[in-house]
Design a protein around this ligand. Structure first.
Ligand code: PHE
Length: 350
């Protein structure tokens, strides 16, 4: 072996490529766990050609050494990974054989000793609340049965505005009451109850006449809003970017798109780069690379005025997000209805 190393690196280089190819073919063809260890020793053991070369790296010239070091390490890792993968596969095959030879019914349910846990929607809701409480928001809840006033009128929806149709509303009785279609009416309740400055989140159930794979007649939203002197769109951006990073990590991109809500001006919809395909395009993001997760904007001055808050003095931002959407993305669930069927087999996966 010393002779080989004494030759130039160029010679060794060709040889180890062939050696690597040979090793990978051999590993692929292996059939029993014992052979695997022998093969590992053959290619990566103390006396192997590759380890010999690695030990002798110091003797190479300063120009050759970095390339040789990198290459040898890469090949070593490649072989290690191939062996590990093969090992796992062989263990799997062996276990399979054991199970097949055993004389018991592996489809019988085991004895249940499981502990209960929170529903994925509750889990995500708690996570989100925690993030915003850390940022200094307080939690406020409002009623699920609302009046037209709170759900629409005081939020600046004009009578007969198409936005009212947009939110297919469950009206109750003669139509004076309704199931809230969003958590935004809690903004109004809070403005009645507190003086600004205030920073509030309002988690809770909301209702819409809508049902398909991505819509459920009952779902959950988290509303957030902040009213203070000099609050501007930059604060909204900063808060939501911080929130998205908390939730999905630093790698996620955030984009704001102009939109419309009667109670915010300007309004935006917020997209994040797809957490599943990282922007490359997949089924979940409909090949766009982006996922819409939030509606937001600056609280419309009309809303503040109606609540006797002087819009010359106070400004605010608001946002609303769907909890189920976040949970579905987190757990890769593609049908919202699964979250409501209470199928124990489904729920136990989380
Ligand atoms: N209430 C809006 C909805 O349900 C979301 C929203 C909340 C938008 C707050 C802007 C500000 O779609």
């Amino acid at each position: 072996m010393d002779d080989d190393v004494a030759k130039t690196w160029a010679d060794a280089r060709n040889k180890i490529d062939r050696l690597r190819d040979g090793a990978l073919v051999k590993i692929e063809a292996l059939g029993k766990s014992d052979d695997l260890e022998k093969t590992r020793i053959e290619f990566l053991g103390k006396k192997s050609y590759i380890m010999g070369l690695i030990k002798l790296l110091g003797r190479l010239s300063a120009e050759e050494r970095p390339e040789a070091g990198a290459k040898l390490n890469a090949i070593r890792t490649e072989i290690e990974v191939a062996i590990e993968t093969k090992k796992k596969w062989l263990q799997h095959v062996e276990q399979d054989q054991i199970l097949q030879n055993e004389n018991f019914d592996i489809s019988l349910p085991s004895r249940l000793l499981g502990k209960g846990h929170f529903h994925p929607v509750a889990e995500v809701m708690d996570d989100l609340i925690e993030i915003f409480v850390e940022l200094g928001f307080m939690v406020e809840e409002g009623p699920e049965v609302e009046t037209d006033e709170f759900n629409f009128k005081m939020l600046n929806f004009p009578d007969d505005h198409p936005a009212r149709d947009m939110q297919d509303t469950f009206y109750i009785g003669n139509g004076t009451r309704l199931m809230r279609t969003h958590t935004s009416p809690v903004q109004i309740h809070a403005m009645k109850k507190y003086q600004p400055p205030m920073s509030v989140i309002a988690p809770g159930r909301v209702y819409r006449c809508d049902s398909d794979v991505t819509h459920s007649p009952v779902f959950h939203q988290l509303e957030g809003f902040y009213i203070d002197k000099n609050v501007n769109f930059g604060h909204l951006k900063g808060t939501l970017e911080l929130f998205v990073r908390h939730l999905y990590g630093d790698g996620v991109e955030v984009r704001f798109r102009p939109s419309f809500f009667p109670f915010t001006e300007p309004s935006a919809e917020i997209d994040i780069s797809c957490v599943l395909c990282h922007g490359g395009g997949c089924r979940v993001c409909k090949e766009t690379g982006w996922l819409e997760i939030l509606g937001a904007g600056m609280i419309d001055p009309n809303v503040l005025s109606v609540m006797d808050i002087n819009p010359e003095k106070w400004t605010g931002f608001a946002f609303g997000l769907g909890i189920e959407r976040i949970a579905m993305l987190k757990y890769g669930i593609d049908d919202i209805r699964l979250l409501y069927e209470n199928n124990i087999g489904f729920l136990q996966q989380f």
